[in-house]
Design a protein around this ligand. Structure first.
Ligand SMILES: Cc1cc2nc3c(=O)[nH]c(=O)nc-3n(C[C@H](O)[C@H](O)[C@H](O)COP(=O)(O)O)c2cc1C
Length: 318
C-alpha cells in the first residue's frame, strides 16, 4: 500500500526532498536505529537515525549498516557531539539527507554540514530560539512543543509555538510534539508546517530498538501518563543543560505523590544503570510524549505512517 493516493499532504519542502509524505521520524536515541529509519524512508517519509546520550562513532556506524544504504537523516545531541571525537565527522561522511544537532547553543557545526551539501536542522522551543538558529544559518527549524517525548524545553505547547514561529520564519518549519494521528498531522499541515517530526508514535513500531518492557509500558500508558523531569539525568550526572528536562512515562522514580519519601528514595546511579540494563521500567526512564495514548499495538512503521497520512489527507480534502 502506498502512503497517499494523491498529493494532498505534499508541501514545498517535502516535494523538494522527493518525499511521498511530509513526515520525518525524530532521531530518538535508543529507539530510532537504522532499521526504523530505513522503514520510514521506505514508507515515503524521511527516516532518521538518532544518537542519544549514549551516542558514539561505533553506535552510529552500526546503525548506518542496519539502514542498509537507505536515504536517511542523522540526529545528534549537542553535548554528545562535543564529547565524542569523530562523531560529527562520521555523521557528515555518511552523507545523510539532513543532520540535526539539538539541545545546545553552539552552532559552529553548521558550516561543515552545509559544505557537505547536507541540510542543517535543530529543534527550537520559542521565537527567540528560532531567531538565533536562523541567524546561525540553520536550513530547517523543528518547533518542538512541550507535549513531546524525550528531552526538550518545557515552554510552549506545539500549536502556539508553531503559530508564533511561522509568523517570522524564513526557512521551512517542521512541527513536533504530540503528533500521532491523522487529526494532529492534518492540523499542523493546515497551519503551515512543512512537515511533521514524529517521535513517540514511532518509538514502539516494530522496527524500533526499544526494549520489550519499555514497549509494553508505552502500549499500556494513556495520554496523562507522562511527566517532565530532570531526575534521571541528575542521578546519572549527565551534562544535559537544565533547561532541557525530559518527558517520560511516570514510574516509581517520577511519582513523588505516591512516594512521600521521594528524595530519599531516589535510586543511586548504580541502581538506575542496572534498571536500564535489565529493562526494569518501574525505575528506568521511558521517553514518551502526550501522544503515547494513541499507541494501541505494535505494528510496522509503514502501517503507522500510511494510516496517519490517509486519515490526514481525508480530513484536509473535506
Ligand atoms: C524515545 C525518544 C527518544 C528521543 N531521543 C532523542 C534524541 O536522541 N535526540 C533528539 O534530538 N531528540 C530526541 N527525542 C525527541 C524528539 O526529537 C522529538 O522532539 C519528540 O519525540 C517529538 O514529540 P513526540 O514524541 O510527541 O512525537 C526523543 C523522543 C523520544 C520519544
Amino acid at each position: 500500500m502506498t502512503s497517499t493516493p494523491d498529493d494532498t499532504l505534499m508541501t514545498p519542502w517535502s516535494r523538494s526532498l522527493g518525499l511521498r509524505v511530509p513526515v520525518v521520524n525524530a532521531p530518538m536515541g535508543g529507539a530510532a536505529g537504522g532499521r526504523l529509519a530505513a522503514a520510514v524512508s521506505a514508507a515515503g517519509g524521511l527516516g532518521m537515525i538518532g544518537m542519544g546520550s549514549a551516542g558514539s562513532v561505533a553506535a552510529l556506524e552500526r546503525e548506518l549498516a542496519a539502514a542498509g544504504g537507505a536515504t536517511v537523516g542523522i540526529g545528534l545531541v549537542d553535548w554528545v557531539r562535543d564529547r565524542e571525537t569523530g562523531l560529527l565527522e562520521t555523521a557528515i561522511a555518511a552523507e545523510p539527507r539532513l543532520l540535526s544537532v539539538s539541545f545546545g547553543s553552539d552552532f559552529s557545526w553548521v558550516p561543515a554540514v552545509q559544505d557537505a551539501g547536507i541540510l542543517a536542522v535543530t529543534q527550537v522551543y520559542d521565537v527567540p530560539g528560532a531567531h538565533r538558529a536562523q541567524e546561525a544559518g540553520i536550513d530547517v527549524l523543528v518547533v518542538r512543543g512541550s507535549e513531546g517525548g524525550g528531552h526538550g524545553a518545557d515552554r510552549l505547547a506545539l500549536l502556539p509555538l508553531l503559530d508564533a514561529v511561522l509568523e517570522t520564519a524564513t526557512v521551512p518549519v517542521l512541527a513536533a510534539g504530540g503528533i500521532g494521528s491523522g487529526r494532529t498531522l492534518a492540523a499542523v499541515l493546515a497551519a503551515g508546517a512543512a512537515g511533521a517530526w514524529l517521535g513517540t508514535c514511532l518509538a514502539a513500531a516494530e522496527e524500533s530498538l526499544l526494549p520489550e518492557n519499555a514497549r509494553r509500558a508505552m502500549l499500556a500508558a494513556d495520554s496523562t501518563h507522562t511527566v517532565v523531569t530532570t531526575v534521571f539525568d541528575e542521578v546519572l550526572d549527565l551534562p544535559w543543560p537544565p533547561i532541557y528536562p525530559a518527558r517520560v512515562l511516570r514510574n516509581d522514580v517520577t511519582d513523588p505523590w505516591s512516594r512521600p519519601e521521594f528524595d530519599e528514595a531516589r535510586p543511586s546511579a548504580e541502581m538506575l544503570r542496572a534498571a536500564m540494563d535489565t529493562d526494569d521500567v518501574t525505575i528506568a526512564p521511558v521517553d514518551a510524549g502526550q501522544g503515547v495514548g494513541l499507541i494501541t499495538h505494535i505494528e510496522p512503521a509503514a502501517a503507522v505512517i500510511d494510516r496517519m497520512c490517509a486519515n490526514a489527507a481525508e480530513l484536509l480534502r473535506r
